[in-house]
Design a protein around this ligand. Structure first.
Ligand SMILES: *Cc1c(COP(=O)(O)O)cnc(C)c1O
Length: 233
């Protein structure tokens, strides 16, 4: 067993335990929160180690890095989620090779993805929302969300699953919970408007408990599963 495998063997069960503990503490149904293991800038050996423990959902941020990994891991039955910013000129690769996109934030891109999906099952998408104090400019403004959501819902080869956010880091639990609560309220509005959404993609290594307290159904966790990332290059 090499070093990568040994550390994932310890870290992944600990993260799953954190998730189960938070489900219990915040009265969420058992197993209602899924772990998306964020493998960006991590070696394929680390993904194989997580896979050997039963992990199937993996998140990647960079198209070219992800395609290289998909090729090298073609023997595994992974479910690939794209969670990085997506430029229109790379939409085809995501439409053709991924099961999920978490960072959809504009209609033009949605239309391209739908056109490029071909006859595969619909691409699952979350709309990224630029919730208060978001650290990047990515994401649709809350005011513009309902219109975008209805338009995406109408596209034939996309399946609108819910919302995603990447709030600015905050140290305290109460501050962490605020933007997550706001995202949950926006999802409720969409559901009440008749959209069949079921997903809140929110929470990372530092704030997954706060996200679970506010209703996360997918937490995207990298560092706590795989350790520090290699520099991008
Ligand atoms: C890198 C990344 C994560 C994982 O972050 P960690 O702090 O390492 O858990 C989650 N979501 C997105 C969108 C990311 O880019």
């Amino acid at each position: 067993m090499n070093e990568t495998t040994a550390s994932v063997n310890e870290a992944l069960p600990r993260v799953l335990q954190r998730i189960r503990d938070a489900e219990r503490r915040y009265e969420r149904p058992l197993n209602s929160v899924q772990l998306l293991a964020v493998s960006k800038q991590q070696p394929v050996s680390a993904i194989r180690a997580a896979y050997a423990l039963g992990q199937r959902r993996f998140g990647e941020n960079y198209v070219q890095e992800a395609l290289d990994k998909l090729t090298r891991l073609a023997d595994l039955d992974c479910e690939w989620h794209f969670i990085g910013p997506l430029q229109s000129n790379k939409s085809r690769q995501v439409a053709q090779h991924f099961a999920w996109l978490h960072t959809l934030d504009r209609l033009k891109l949605a239309q391209r993805l739908s056109d490029q999906r071909g006859d595969q099952p619909p691409l699952n998408v979350c709309l990224q929302v630029n919730i208060s104090a978001e650290s990047t400019k990515a994401g649709v403004a809350p005011e513009a969300l309902p219109e975008l959501a209805h338009a995406v819902h109408g596209l034939p080869n996309l399946r609108l699953r819910g919302l995603m956010a990447l709030p600015a880091p905050a140290a305290q639990m109460q501050a962490q919970r605020k933007p997550f609560a706001a995202l949950r309220a926006l999802l409720l509005d969409l559901q009440q408007a008749g959209l069949p959404c079921d997903t809140l993609s929110m929470g990372m290594t530092a704030d997954l408990e706060a996200a679970i307290a506010e209703g996360a159904t997918i937490v995207r966790v990298g560092t706590a599963v795989f350790g520090a990332r290699a520099p991008k290059g």
